[in-house]
Design a protein. Structure first.
Length: 130
């Protein structure tokens, strides 16, 4: 509830990319810079561009990385959710990422380095226990 979708989301293309790349745990939709370091750098990807590898299949483009597993709007595999339980502890996003981003597992942002955000974070969280 703390994101606004600003573009039509190409779910079928995202699913096709995930099916062709089994090492991807998720494909995340980029958001605008939100935290001070992101704002200063010009975006979340721009904070650490060397950590991302731009990939394409000739139709779609995505940025693979091993920085973490994001909870921003994303597409994730059902089987992944069935085999990875979310920890119910403080700092759960970071702890979950540490258990998932092993071996050749990768997360990805949809679009390339120059792609604009597809969602806007509005800063209001409706969940609890993060």
């Amino acid at each position: 509830d703390d994101f606004v979708f600003t573009e039509e989301i190409p779910f079928e293309d995202m699913q096709r990319v995930m099916e062709a790349n089994p090492h991807l745990t998720q494909i995340v939709l980029k958001r605008q810079p939100w935290f001070p370091k992101e704002i200063a750098a010009g975006g979340i990807v721009e904070m650490n561009p060397d950590a991302y590898e731009e990939k394409t299949d000739g139709t779609s483009t995505w940025l693979e990385h091993q920085l973490g597993h994001w909870t921003n709007p994303h597409l994730v595999r059902r089987e992944f959710l069935a085999t990875h339980e979310w920890p119910k502890v403080p700092d759960s996003e970071r702890k979950f990422s540490a258990t998932v981003m092993r071996g050749d597992a990768r997360s990805a942002f949809w679009g390339g380095f120059d792609s604009p955000p597809m969602v806007t974070h509005d800063g209001e969280r409706s969940g609890s226990g993060y």
